[in-house]
Ligand binder design. Structure first.
Ligand code: SAM
Length: 251
């Protein structure tokens, strides 16, 4: 059987495509791309002409049988999305799950992802984080999701589109107004910007300079401060006292 290569592609700067990714894209029999027109620009830049077929959220389930047949016939296939790492808020999960179930080889070719790129330079804790994908489009649902995460101590990370960024900052201002937030915009591109502040401060920045509201965003929110468990501390002081008394230490 052939191998499915899950290939990460640039999130803006074409120089971020790895040497290995370029070699794989040039060597496979077919490339399954989220949007073939979009990806033909990348392949053109690389001088690669390999047959492409589309694999997006509306046809993925139907494509699985077809791609499995190509692999069964011994063809290697690369899966790419419009930007970054496939399956990360992008198509591919249904295909990869099916191929794993069939015991077909699936090989990741790592590279850019907006999630990790943003976290690596934001200055927020990265030892533990929670990636929430895209927040719901509807205001009520968006608020509910954020309220459910209010006590979470991990750094929160979301993807956001330019037409909803102000709404999201409004919701954050309502749900966690004091929280430090970092917006990473246009990563790896000419107008890459990191902005930090409370939700209200950031909202003001974007409203006063509409250029700052353009492009693609990663929204990162510092986690909640850990709550000190006073009861636990009292218990341990008590336990210590008893232990000392049991040892015959005069207190
Ligand atoms: N699979 C991609 C990845 O690995 O990052 C993410 C795909 S998702 C459909 C697109 C979202 O990723 C955008 O709405 C934005 O939140 C984020 N994104 C992608 N490229 C970005 C960039 N250059 N700068 C900031 N955010 C970006």
């Amino acid at each position: 059987t052939g191998t499915l290569y899950v290939v990460a592609t640039p999130i803006g700067n074409l120089d971020d495509l790895s040497t290995r990714a370029a070699a794989i894209l040039g060597s496979v029999a077919r490339i399954a791309a989220e949007d073939t027109r979009h990806s033909s620009r990348l392949l053109g830049h690389l001088g690669i002409s390999v047959p492409m077929l589309s694999l997006h959220e509306h046809n993925e389930a139907a494509r699985v049988a077809q791609l499995t047949a190509y692999l069964a016939a011994g063809e290697d296939i690369a899966l790419i999305s419009d930007a970054g790492t496939p399956l990360i808020s992008d198509p591919g999960f249904i295909l990869v799950r099916e191929l794993r179930a069939l015991d077909y080889p699936v090989v990741p070719i790592p590279g850019p992802s907006a999630l990790i790129t943003a976290l690596s330079a934001a200055g927020l804790p990265t030892n533990r984080f929670r990636f929430g994908g895209f927040l719901p489009a509807k205001a009520g649902a968006r608020k509910q999701v954020l309220e459910a995460l209010r006590e979470s101590e991990e750094t929160l990370v979301f993807y956001e589109s330019p037409h909803r960024i102000l709404h999201t900052l409004d919701t954050l201002d309502a749900v966690m107004p004091e929280r430090p937030v970092v917006l990473a915009r246009e990563l790896t591109k000419t107008f890459e910007t990191f902005l930090s502040g409370t939700p209200a401060v950031l909202r003001e920045r974007l409203v006063s300079d509409p250029n700052q509201a353009r492009g693609e965003f990663v929204v990162m929110i510092e986690g909640a401060q850990p709550t000190v468990d006073t009861e636990q501390q009292e218990i341990s002081a008590d336990t210590l006292l008893n232990a000392l008394l049991a040892e015959g230490v005069g207190v």
